[in-house]
Design a protein around this ligand. Structure first.
Ligand code: PMV
Length: 325
């Protein structure tokens, strides 16, 4: 009744921002991401006889079970297991700061919890289970380049699917970390606020599918430049919809803007460099293996960039057979 799973965060190249209004945690727009080796979550779930309530430890400290208990409840119903669980989860990167920790967290939790309960789900079912807790985590179940279509009226299940393998493109993602703490407004809350108050949300929903299609085609034909251009547009359009909310939702700091300017300066010098930004102040730079060292050196020069994390396309969620190692 115990299992440990590993999962990587993913970064959306074509962003998801905003849920459909039907309460099923379905995305309003399609998204396409890359799962990132170089950062990981490790989660152990143990169903324990006699435990009165689910218990969660994050980075070794006791934390509120909240959305974790909802996922565990679903697993208990599927498996017919009545027991409460002990969950222990650690990230080797900043938590809840816009580095997509909910994606790796819920992908690892879905896999560890189902295995601990004696279930062996197909990846699509695992992705759907994770998606019900965190939309982006549906994508981290898979490795490489992963798509999640928009939800439709009447959808019961919705799973992500692989578009291309991790080695399909010579891509590196340099994360320029600008802040080590938690972000002020979580992505679910930020989306809700954008959906309810931003006059640009409808424009985002109308535009996002064509950005997604362009990016997907660029990926399939191996055109990194077209992919990078579309990814930067997607991130800026998503943030524009949030910034236009009332009051405006600005995830950026001065370091974010400085990092974005640096990426554009690198591009003007002929390097492969395109920026993407999630619901936090960090800038992630898409580049190639040959330009990566220069991109890292340049991003570390930017005022307010604390450090960089070098990542590359990686594997999906998997069991950790040797958690002590
Ligand atoms: O599913 P969540 O709550 O982790 O939201 C993810 C939102 C973004 O990271 C900004 C975009 C995305 O598609 O991952």
């Amino acid at each position: 009744m115990k299992a440990t799973a590993l999962a990587h965060p993913n970064i959306a190249l074509a962003k998801y921002w905003g849920k459909r209004g039907d309460g099923h945690n379905l995305p309003a727009v399609p998204s396409l991401s890359v799962t990132l080796a170089g950062m990981r979550t490790r989660t152990t779930v143990e169903f324990v006889e006699g435990l009165a309530a689910d218990e969660l430890r994050l980075q070794g400290a006791v934390a509120a079970v909240g959305r974790v208990a909802d996922l565990l409840d679903r697993v208990r119903r599927m498996a017919g297991v009545p027991l409460r669980a002990r969950v222990d989860s650690t990230n080797d990167f900043p938590t809840s700061s816009g580095l997509a920790s909910s994606a790796s967290a819920f992908a690892a939790l879905a896999l560890a919890a189902t295995r601990a309960a004696g279930l062996s789900l197909e990846p699509a079912a695992l992705s759907d289970l994770a998606r019900r807790s965190s939309v982006s985590s549906a994508r981290s179940v898979f490795g490489g380049f992963v798509a999640l279509r928009a939800g439709r009226a009447g959808d019961d299940a919705l799973s992500a699917e692989v578009v291309a393998a991790a080695d399909h493109l010579d891509l590196r993602v340099v994360v320029a970390v600008t802040h080590e703490g938690s972000k002020a407004v979580g992505s679910s809350e930020g989306m809700r606020h954008t959906v309810l108050t931003s006059p640009y949300f409808a424009a985002w929903v109308a535009h996002a599918p064509s950005l997604y299609a362009r990016l997907r085609e660029a990926l399939l034909r191996g055109d990194l430049e077209a992919l990078g251009v579309a990814a930067e547009e997607s991130a800026l359009a998503m943030h524009a919809s949030a910034i236009a909310a009332a009051p405006g939702l600005l995830y950026w700091s001065s370091a974010t803007v400085a990092a974005l300017e640096q990426v554009r300066a690198l591009r003007a010098r002929g390097l492969a460099a395109w920026a993407t930004i999630d619901a936090g102040p960090h800038v992630k730079v898409l580049t190639t293996s040959s330009d990566e060292p220069r991109v890292i050196a340049a991003m570390e020069q930017v005022p307010g960039v604390l450090r960089t994390i070098a990542t590359r396309p990686g594997d999906g969620a998997r069991l950790d057979e040797d958690p002590a190692a």
